[in-house]
Write a protein that binds this ligand. Sequence first.
Ligand code: SAM
Length: 329
Amino acid sequence: MEKKQLNKRMHTARGNKNDDFYTQLTDIEKELKHYKKHFKNKIVFCNCDDPRVSNFFHYFSYNFEKLGLKKLITTCYKNQQMNLFSKCKSEKAIYLEYIGDKNKNNIPDPKEIGIKYLKGDGDFRSKECIDLLKQSDIVVTNPPFSLFREYVAQLIEYDKKFLIIGNQNNITYKDIFNLLKENKIWLGVDNGGTKWFQVPDNYDIATESRIKIENGKKFFSMGSVVWFTNLDIEKRHEDLILYKTYKGHEKEYPKYDKYDIINVDKVSDIPIDYKGIMGVPITFLDKYNPEQFEVKGIANSARWIGFECYTLIKRKKIYNRILIRNKKL
Ligand SMILES: C[S@@+](CC[C@H](N)C(=O)[O-])C[C@H]1O[C@@H](n2cnc3c(N)ncnc32)[C@H](O)[C@@H]1O
């Protein structure tokens, strides 16, 4: 095999491997409990979800009546390579429509779940999956990490409500950051701590502490995994309680070289009385209330988006900072 072809194959394999993280039911429940009011009479679409293993499908099918859903649609992606994890025996991708419990046993029985075949491989970008997207109201899933930006762009293009999992690093990408800055999307509720995702048995990484086996299943821990949404949540309307003052503590808040912008190292240290622009850690977005603060941009020592600033203090590089201004002063 030619080197170029081999590299391409390896790249594809790596990409798929990095996409095979399966969300635990407890993480889904912890987040979804804050959104119940949004689901009444709605069509939910899980478009990266093999119903045989997806806990998103499990959550919505078992809570169908409690949430008052109209329909649940789930599409399964049939990998072109051997799908080791989802045990897809079928050569074709399937999709499934569930319209609720008919025999009143409160369980989604197989005969109540309509399994249908897709013509293609179930790629969320395919026409038939887009047709299903068009008829849906809210998309909820953990999409392939490697396609996150393309995935969000499609949701925005079709003007869909959504709640999805993604790596915190996505915040630093221009297209995603601009959506956050313009308050078109925001972070969900449960963004802290470490989340464990089920991975294929053959999944291996060098750091052993990030792998655990429980009941014969393998899990991989990922910090910095957050929920992205455009569904309203109470948290987004709560003011961040500020208690430190800038006045009298100016030395604790040095300015970036050549910019009249102060650096704040911890979100809890954001001063209550500073009218100008401040550079705060990315975790600020987890506490962001757009009625309290305005997001101007994001910057580090080498690049900025939205507002010009390089985060250097006496030439020392400061890692990513969100540039904000207190709207209430
Ligand atoms: C991070 S996993 C999450 C799986 C599931 N949503 C969950 O949370 O447990 C991403 C899933 O997207 C699937 N996938 C990868 N590329 C896809 C594509 N182009 N279209 C649809 N699904 C895709 C993968 O097979 C994988 O099952």
